[in-house]
Design a protein around this ligand. Structure first.
Ligand code: SAH
Ligand code: SF4
Length: 350
């Protein structure tokens, strides 16, 4: 079965050439995929019937089977659990903001190999990389859902399940397709990639000269503390990671966003705040402080408001800007990997 969303426009053109179809048919199909966002080849009404039938027989426009869809109590967050053709489950989230942004948070891997202790996806382990089509289709699904309500997808963040830079080629191809005017047309500045800190890939990403925003999951400012939370730190310690971030800023002229999940009594201490202040000195950056979203596989809890404010005050004293962000849709397990974990538990019980 040919998965149409896995093909580039050139590959689709080649396929149709092989089938003896004129080249403009590829562009027509492309529009059905990325503009009209059809779910079935039968809907491609400007194609001759025999071609539609051949597509229906030999190709698929649908790799994501929705298994669950949940809405947060405030109605602004929607979460999908999709089943892939081989049975793997992945999650995608839509977040709506008061300023009109409609952001899709998408997955890049089934599971994750990085093993961050507080992360529901990390607790599951790694199954496999997603294909370009499986990545792009999540955004297509969210966009279709929005368009049926008269809204448009404006932003995409690679912050779902998996480590995007561990699936580098597919993620890069997905970024290009999301961005292409004849793809989904999402501006590069409206795309954010979040990484746990794979140093060689951050440098390579800097060399791509994209305008995509880079977020780095930092979570601790000393190697001892960071290695305890994020095993990847043993491979690429802070000095190398911060070095790669400086390289990124030099190459792109863009600031780096650091993510910091605040965990009570763990990385919310004044000592960590001061260490963070020193670590980021002279780096064009912003820090997002996110009170931990508790998961079943980790005992940590978020700190109280006063403690968050005290941490932020120390950063400000170091001249570092930060924003406190509340994880959206906690009531629907919208944290990374949590819905899948929940459904797997249910299936296990059944
Ligand atoms: N693998 C990438 C992107 C996916 S995770 C990365 O780690 O950056 C997206 C963000 O959610 C990361 O910053 C991650 O550290 C954070 N995160 C994971 N589990 C969390 C939890 N339980 N509470 C708060 N943030 C969490
Ligand atoms: Fe993987 Fe990111 Fe979760 Fe770490 S936080 S386990 S890198 S998905």
């Amino acid at each position: 079965m040919i998965q149409l969303y896995n093909l580039t426009l050139d590959e689709l053109t080649d396929l149709f050439a092989k089938w003896g179809e004129p080249a403009y048919r590829a562009r027509q199909v492309w529009r059905w995929l990325y503009v009209q966002k059809v779910t079935d080849a039968a809907e491609m009404t400007n194609l001759p019937a025999p071609l539609r039938e051949r597509l229906a027989r030999e190709a698929s426009v649908n790799m994501l089977e929705p298994v669950r869809r949940l809405f947060s109590a405030d109605g602004r967050t929607v979460k999908w659990l999709f089943r892939l053709p081989d049975g793997q489950l992945i999650e995608s989230v839509l977040m709506g903001y008061a300023d009109g942004r409609r952001t899709a948070c998408i997955s890049t891997q089934a599971g994750c190999a990085m093993g961050c202790v507080f992360c529901a996806t990390g607790q599951m382990g790694f199954a496999r990389n997603l294909s370009v089509g499986e990545i792009v289709m999540q955004a297509v699904e969210v966009a279709r859902w929005l368009e049926s309500r008269g809204e448009r997808l404006s932003n995409v963040v690679f912050m779902g399940m998996g480590e995007p830079l561990h699936n580098y080629d597919a993620v890069l191809a997905a970024i290009r397709r999301l961005n292409a005017p004849e793809g989904l047309g999402i501006g590069q500045r409206h795309i954010t990639l979040s990484t746990v800190g794979l140093v060689p890939q951050i440098r390579r990403f800097a060399d791509e000269k994209l305008q995509v925003k880079l977020a780095v999951s930092l979570h601790a400012a000393t190697d001892e503390e960071r290695s305890a939370l994020l095993p990847v730190n043993k491979r690429w310690p802070l000095s190398e990671l911060i070095g790669a971030c400086h390289y990124y800023v030099e190459k792109t002229g863009r600031r780096v966003t650091f993510e910091w999940a605040l965990i009570a009594g763990e990385n919310d201490t004044m000592a960590q705040a001061h260490a963070l202040g020193s670590l980021l000195e002279g780096l064009l950056c912003h820090v997002n402080l996110i009170p931990l979203n508790p998961t079943s596989g980790y005992e940590g809890l978020p700190p109280d408001k006063q403690r968050v404010a005290a941490f932020q005050k120390i950063l400000a004293d170091h001249g570092i800007r930060s924003t406190v962000r509340i994880r959206r849709g906690i009531d629907i397990n919208a944290g990374c990997g949590q819905l899948k974990a929940e459904v797997l538990k249910e299936e296990h019980r059944a």
